[in-house]
Write a protein that binds this ligand. Structure first.
Ligand SMILES: *Cc1c(COP(=O)(O)O)cnc(C)c1O
Length: 344
């Protein structure tokens, strides 16, 4: 008998398009988006802009490109950007913030930026410092395990940036997870930032794509920056169709990923070798510490893989598991059983 395929919790990017999504892609009306003539791309952009209550949106190939476009569009070379500790834009983008946008990123706090941390990090206006022009928030916060930056905090951050002449940008790769978990209106989040991005290829299950959202004037500049980075695409409606499908069918179901993440966490939290605070498991990611006297995170990942559970070591003593569209309750149970077998 062939063993079942492994339970793959390395990331929520591992999802494969469903048959219905593939059907929507195959049927999509397309045109040349460099000419602005792809009706499906245009529909996606209008849909996402309207959802967040902004004037315009831009479909881009990846979250990294969305972030780099945002930095280039908000900042000049030599500017200072204040972001929460561990921000994707600083850690996971191959140094592009420095190499391409030419900005310095000042990291503060524990990941979820607060107005107090931001205020303390704004550089004084003198000849020795880089001008702080942009505050950067990530929601949910990836490296700290999918924690949510609360809407109320974002609103206070926005007041702070407005009072100090800064811009506020939100890397919302997993913003829909935060929206579903808090049952809030996307427009309320949109109203609390100058611009934001969302990702279609993580929890929403699309093969490709992110969307930037902002004012018409800002999106115009982002459009040029996308061209500069080589991100202009032609009959991209095939990809945008997946996005439209996902917005219709894959947003509310994120609650299932959250339920499974919590169920896993409440089992794992009992294991003596595991350090895990249940209040930190707020969306679809479970990040937990392993007692190094028991085994390293790399050892856990290797041994779990032999038993059919794939995870990701995010630090020498820390593992991350991400729940997504392709994980059902049977997979959840196998993940719990394997983790228990290794760490009980
Ligand atoms: C995944 C991710 C990105 C980048 O997305 P890619 O499509 O992989 O380039 C950006 N920000 C956050 C918070 C992410 O989790």
């Amino acid at each position: 008998m062939t063993p079942p395929p492994p339970v793959d919790l390395r990331s929520d990017t591992l999802t494969r398009p469903t048959p219905a999504m593939r059907h929507a892609m195959a049927e999509a009306a397309v045109g040349d988006d460099v000419f602005g003539e792809d009706p499906t791309v245009n529909a996606l952009q209008e849909r996402v802009a309207a959802l967040f209550g902004h004037e315009a949106a831009l479909f881009v190939p990846s979250g990294t490109m969305a972030n780099q476009i945002a930095l280039q569009t908000w900042c000049r070379h030599g500017d200072d950007v204040v972001a929460g500790q561990g921000a994707h834009v600083w850690f996971y983008e191959a140094g592009a913030a420095a190499a391409l946008a030419g900005v310095q990123v000042s990291l503060v706090g524990d990941g979820l930026l607060t107005p107090e941390d931001l205020l303390a990090a704004i550089k004084p206006d003198n000849h020795q410092t880089a001008p702080t022009t942009l505050a950067w928030v990530e929601n949910t916060h990836n490296r700290s395990g999918g924690r949510i930056l609360p809407l109320a905090t974002l609103q206070r951050l926005h007041q702070t940036t407005q009072a100090h002449g800064l811009r506020l940008h939100m890397d919302g790769a997993r913003l829909f997870n935060a929206i579903v978990a808090t049952q809030t209106d996307p427009a309320a989040w949109g109203a609390s930032v100058d611009a934001l991005s969302i990702c279609l290829s993580k929890g929403l299950g699309c093969p490709v794509g992110s969307v930037l959202v902002g004012s018409r004037a800002w999106i115009w500049r982002a459009h040029r920056a996308r061209k500069m980075l080589g991100g202009a695409m032609r009959q991209a409606g095939i990809l945008a169709a997946a996005g439209l499908y996902a917005l219709e069918h894959h947003v509310e179901r994120l609650a299932e990923d959250h339920r499974r993440a919590r169920a896993f966490a409440s089992e794992a939290a009992h294991l003596p070798a595991v350090t895990l605070r249940l209040e930190d498991v707020q969306t679809n990611i479970v990040a937990f510490g392993i007692d190094p006297a028991r085994m390293s995170a790399d050892d856990f990942v290797a041994r779990a893989a032999q038993r059919g559970l794939l995870g990701y070591a995010i630090a020498p003593t820390r593992v991350r598991l991400v729940f997504h569209l392709d994980i059902d309750d049977d997979s959840l149970q196998r993940a719990v059983d394997i983790t228990r077998e290794l760490l009980a």
